[in-house]
Every structure is written in structure tokens, then in C-alpha cells.
Design a protein around this ligand. Structure first.
Ligand SMILES: C[S@@+](CC[C@H](N)C(=O)[O-])C[C@H]1O[C@@H](n2cnc3c(N)ncnc32)[C@H](O)[C@@H]1O
Length: 252
């Protein structure tokens, strides 16, 4: 009721909802990490569980921003720097927008293959960063290679055979490219992990959401690509995030 401007507008919104459209598409926004994220019809709706990925990424970014502060012997700690954050498979840009809001100073780059998602993300990260369209790392500027502190990628991870089991709101109103992760759900994740060492700064982190069941195989893939893997889980959010760190000594 608060979102409708007129009684007729409210009736139209109720009709759309009753016809099965997700509430967030009817309202035009989703709440995520305390922010209102614009979500256009046909764009993936950010899930509450993805707040775990944001929280872990923000904590790692803060450490990356102020390494000198952790050294008590330093007399002249260098001021915090802007961390370089990439939100790959950004959808509406919710993850990048939340990281920018939480961290304040970031150099944010976001990318997605879906033009509708890119249009939406451009609105959500407008002042905070740049949004590119294309396949995974393809559209990112080459100058980011070896400089990325935080590579957050909420990739599609539903196994192809399970997409039909999702609630109809997802099946009918979110694009398949946002959901389908291939035979075991890890196809896009494996491609992201394989490319990550080229883009991450030494000591930089890749964070990807998976299901709890997929996490061990995802961690294995990270390890094969030279990242040091670990798994974070939140029972409250029913969320699992696999984190891979590029060894700090590499390339320095
Ligand atoms: C699960 S959604 C996540 C969206 C957003 N990060 C979030 O958490 O709300 C996955 C996103 O990955 C994008 N995507 C799928 N395959 C891609 C690819 N090969 N390159 C870039 N983006 C891709 C989809 O368009 C979709 O927006």
C-alpha cells in the first residue's frame, strides 16, 4: 500500500502479484543489506542469503585497505586506500552496491552478460562504480589484471536438472541464465575460478556463493586453480560462500 501512488495503482500491483509476479518486481525494488535495490522485471532478485557473501567480502576488503594498521611497529601507518572490487555476474548490482555502501572508498567494477541486468545495475551502482556488459571477465578493463582485491561473484549455481524444481516465481520471472549453472551447477563457478588468478592482486580474494552440498567440489576447483580455499557458512541465512585467496607472495 505504501508503494502505490493511487488506489488504481494499488489494484494493478495486487493483480500482478496475484498473477504470480514476484513482489520485488511488482514494487520495483528489493531490500538487500539495508539498501533499496532497483530490480526491473526479468532481472534476478537479490536474495537475503547473499548478505553472507557481502559481509565476508567487506571484512576482507577492510583488511586489504589498511594493511599497515595491523603492524604495531609502524610509526607512520599509511592511510586506508580504496580497495578494488569487482562484482562479476552482478545482476542488479546488489552485491557491488552493498559493498560500496559498507566500505565507503572503493574502486568498483561490475559486469553481467544480460543487458537487462546491466541497465538495472547501472542505476544501482551509478555513482559508486562502472558496469560493463559481456561474458565473465571479457568486458573488464585490462588495467585491472593483478589489481583486484575483492572479486565477488554470485554466479548461477542451480544444476540444470533442478531448475524445473524451483518456485514458479524464479522459473517464470527470472532469466534462465541467472539460475542454470550446468550439469552439476558449477560450470560458471569453475570458469570464474580458472580466470581469477589473472585478475586478483596477490593476497586478493574470490568469493562465490554455492549450496552447502556443492561447497567441497567448489573448494577443490579453487585449489586446482592455485587459490587457497575455505568455506564460510551461516545457518541463520542458510548460506554458503567459498572463498579463495591468491597466495600473497605470487607476483609481488
Ligand atoms: C544468481 S544471479 C546473481 C545476480 C547478483 N549478483 C545478485 O546476487 O543478486 C547470476 C547472474 O549471473 C549472470 N551471468 C550468468 N552467466 C554469465 C556470464 N557467462 N557472464 C556474465 N554474467 C553471467 C546472470 O545474467 C545473472 O545476472
Amino acid at each position: 500500500m505504501a508503494a502505490a501512488r493511487t488506489p488504481a495503482g494499488l489494484a494493478a500491483m495486487v493483480d500482478r502479484r496475484a498473477a504470480g509476479q514476484p513482489l520485488e518486481h511488482v514494487l520495483g525494488w528489493a531490500e538487500f543489506c539495508g539498501l533499496r535495490i532497483a530490480v526491473d522485471p526479468g532481472v534476478f532478485i537479490p536474495r537475503r542469503r547473499t548478505e553472507l557473501l557481502v559481509r565476508r567480502a567487506a571484512a576482507l576488503a577492510r583488511r586489504a585497505a589498511a594493511p599497515a594498521r595491523q603492524d604495531p611497529t609502524r610509526q607512520d601507518p599509511t592511510p586506508p586506500r580504496a580497495v578494488v572490487v569487482v562484482d562479476l555476474c552482478c545482476g542488479s548490482g546488489a552485491v557491488g552496491a552493498a559493498l560500496a555502501a559498507s566500505l565507503g572508498r572503493v574502486e568498483l567494477h561490475a559486469a553481467d552478460i544480460d543487458p537487462a541486468a546491466v541497465r538495472c545495475a547501472r542505476r544501482n551502482v551509478a555513482a559508486a562504480g562502472r558496469v560493463y556488459q559481456g561474458d565473465l571477465y571479457g568486458p573488464l578493463p585490462a588495467r585491472l589484471r593483478g589489481r583486484v582485491d575483492i572479486l565477488a561473484a554470485n554466479v548461477p549455481y542451480v544444476p540444470s536438472g533442478d531448475v524445473g524444481l524451483l518456485p514458479s516465481e524464479a522459473r517464470a520471472h527470472e532469466p534462465r541464465v541467472a539460475l542454470d549453472g550446468g550439469a552439476d551447477g558449477l560450470d560458471v563457478l569453475r570458469r570464474v575460478a580458472a580466470g581469477a588468478p589473472l585478475w586478483l592482486a596477490p593476497g586478493g580474494h574470490l568469493l562465490v556463493e554455492t549450496s552447502e552440498r556443492q561447497a567441497p567440489r567448489a573448494a577443490e576447483a579453487f585449489g586446482r586453480d592455485g587459490l587457497i580455499p575455505r568455506v564460510a557458512h551461516s545457518s541463520r541465512l542458510n548460506a554458503t560462500v567459498v572463498i579463495g585467496t591468491r597466495p600473497p607472495g605470487q607476483g609481488e
